[in-house]
Write a protein that binds this ligand. Structure first.
Ligand SMILES: C[S@@+](CC[C@H](N)C(=O)[O-])C[C@H]1O[C@@H](n2cnc3c(N)ncnc32)[C@H](O)[C@@H]1O
Length: 302
């Protein structure tokens, strides 16, 4: 029987989690090869390629290791480490990004190039391989980048004056991104917020925990819920769901799910499914370049 090959790119350090996810979600695909941040699989010719992965940024058909760099290759070029140089003197032209599969060259190590067909998702970021959005930013934490990337990847319709309920807001990286977009934020955290956030009149601090939070503490017309709490996802959702259920003006929720153990992958998928049913909402899941062992869930109430 003939076979086909698949590749997936993840953030370095998450290879084990991606392997586990592939094992239980796409068992007909067998692990073939890996380099830090890059995994390949082999599967039966008549199987579809995996369509959704929690622990990969981008993926597609693998066409194998390149022995000689093709002279007239047209497509995308992706380096797993920005500091590496392409082992070629050919001019590298980046193509326009469209949906649908497109040729790709991946530099998986300084001297190792793989060729494939990239399958960008509707919510892939605008850069091939999704190199983080490294815009200059001033914020109390790098979580600013998580929110920036989630806003771009999920094309969030954040409008000035939209009200946000933010859980786990300290020290204020995400808050800073939201305030920069002119949103008004109610932040819940017992830890200390950065002075720059506290000085902003559009920021209201709730010195509380998610577990003890009551709906009287924030406005009824909250448009967005953002959660970035370092507790197991199951615990966060247990306490967050009753709040979400009562917010009738909610446009969407962005919730980070920290995944430290392979068993939590199944748990997150199960909750993702249950949320979709309970809220009749579209639920998307995305591993972002700035994430470590995390993925972001977006619930869109439409
Ligand atoms: C990853 S940090 C958040 C970073 C923050 N979003 C930012 O942008 O700077 C996780 C935060 O969750 C908070 N946290 C942990 N348990 C919590 C709970 N039960 N309720 C509310 N916040 C909690 C912690 O105090 C911590 O500040």
């Amino acid at each position: 029987m003939s076979k086909k090959y698949f590749f997936a790119i993840t953030n370095i350090g998450n290879e084990k989690l991606l392997k586990t996810e592939m094992e239980f979600r796409y068992p007909s695909w067998k692990f073939a090869y890996s380099r830090p941040g890059f995994l390949t699989y082999v599967g039966p010719e008549n199987d579809d390629f995996p369509t959704e992965l929690m622990m990969a940024r981008v993926w597609g058909e693998s066409k194998g290791k390149v022995k000689e760099f093709p002279k007239n290759f047209k497509g995308f070029f992706l380096k797993l480490d920005e500091s590496w140089d392409w082992p070629t003197t050919y001019v590298i032209k980046q193509s326009q990004i469209n949906l649908g599969s497109q040729p790709l060259m991946v530099l998986v190590a300084p001297d190792e190039v793989w060729q494939g067909e990239l399958v960008p998702q509707a919510y892939s970021l605008g850069t091939v391989g999704e190199v983080g959005l490294s815009e200059d930013f001033q914020a109390p934490s790098r979580a600013y980048l998580k929110m920036l990337e989630a806003a771009k990847a999920f094309a969030l319709d954040l409008k000035a004056a939209d009200k946000v309920l933010e859980l786990g807001s300290a020290p204020g990286g995400i808050t800073t991104y939201l305030l920069n977009q002119q949103l008004e934020v109610w932040g819940v955290d017992k830890a200390e917020m950065d002075a720059s956030v506290l000085a902003n009149k559009k920021y209201h601090h709730l010195n509380n925990s998610l577990e003890k939070l009551t709906e009287r503490e924030y406005p009824k017309d909250v448009a967005w819920v953002v959660s970035d709490i370092n507790l197991p996802f199951k615990v966060v959702m247990k306490h967050l769901t009753p709040h979400i259920q009562k917010l009738t003006k909610l446009k969407g929720a962005v919730i980070t799910a920290k995944i430290e153990k392979p068993t939590q992958l199944k748990e997150v998928l199960k909750i993702k499914h249950e949320l979709g049913v309970k809220f009749k909402a579209k639920v998307l899941i995305k591993h972002l370049p700035s994430h470590r062992q995390e993925t972001a869930l977006l619930l869109l109430f439409k």
